[in-house]
Ligand binder design. Structure first.
Ligand code: PRP
Ligand code: URA
Length: 213
């Protein structure tokens, strides 16, 4: 597994505003969207492309276009949905799959309540998006879902990660596939409740409000 931590002053500035407990939901959503666009630039560095012909007003020339099959973006609901628009803006031809996952806040076990992925992901570049990589449980399960469908090239885009979670993902993936994790910042640790510290709290709640299920 390859880890890439974005190091950019604008990213650090925006993450600081996200962390602030007084930042309201509308601002939080806007910042998540902006941060994804900045991270996506790095995350898509190796997106597959092919040569193509283009006619400028002057002459025909050779250009570049995204190769088939189109990449697939998979937000991990709920919080990952806040990152979808930003990713789609950069790769409008990408298809979108959905994984709905919920962490049991007592046991930290992951429940999958929705899975809308193509049966066959052979040859597809997959972008898994979720703002928080805490214990890594959700991301590991999401990676397993796409690998068992034949994907071999997976990029995970997250805003904050805990060192423990990164290690867990690394151990779980091993050398099974080419997995890259792009994060805005790596925080200090997990607390006893499995929250990232200093973190930003519950990303889903901060984006969409509190839902008791
Ligand atoms: C959050 C977050 C990740 C997960 C991270 O989602 O968006 O999916 O927790 O924790 P982990 O690394 O320990 O698995 P949550 O389960 O709270 O659901 P939500 O997005 O609906 O709020
Ligand atoms: N999920 C969140 O939304 N925040 C955390 O800190 C950990 C898991």
């Amino acid at each position: 597994m390859e880890l890439h931590v974005a190091d950019h002053p604008l990213i650090r500035h925006k993450v600081t505003v996200l962390r602030n407990k007084d930042t309201p939901s509308p601002t939080f959503r806007l910042l998540v969207d902006e941060l994804v666009t900045l991270l996506a630039y790095e995350a898509t560095r190796e997106v597959r492309v092919v040569d193509c012909q283009v006619e400028t007003p002057l002459i025909p020339t050779v250009g570049t276009k995204i190769a088939d099959p189109a990449p697939i973006i998979v937000p991990i609901l709920r919080a990952g949905l806040g990152m979808l628009d930003g990713m789609q803006r950069l790769i409008p031809s990408a298809e979108v799959g959905f994984l709905g996952m919920k962490r049991n806040e007592e046991t930290l076990e992951i429940i999958t309540y929705a899975n809308r992925l193509p049966e066959d992901l052979t040859g597809r570049q997959v972008f898994l998006i979720d703002p928080m990589l805490a214990t890594g449980g959700s991301l590991i399960m999401a990676i397993d879902y796409v690998l068992e469908r034949g994907a071999t090239d997976v990029t995970c885009v997250c805003l904050l990660a805990a060192p423990e979670g990164i290690q867990n993902v690394q151990d779980a993936v091993g050398d099974r596939a080419d997995v890259k994790v792009v994060v805005a910042q790596v925080d200090e640790k997990l607390n006893e409740q499995g929250y990232i510290v200093p973190g930003l709290g519950d990303a889903g709640d901060r984006l969409y409000g509190i839902v008791d299920l």
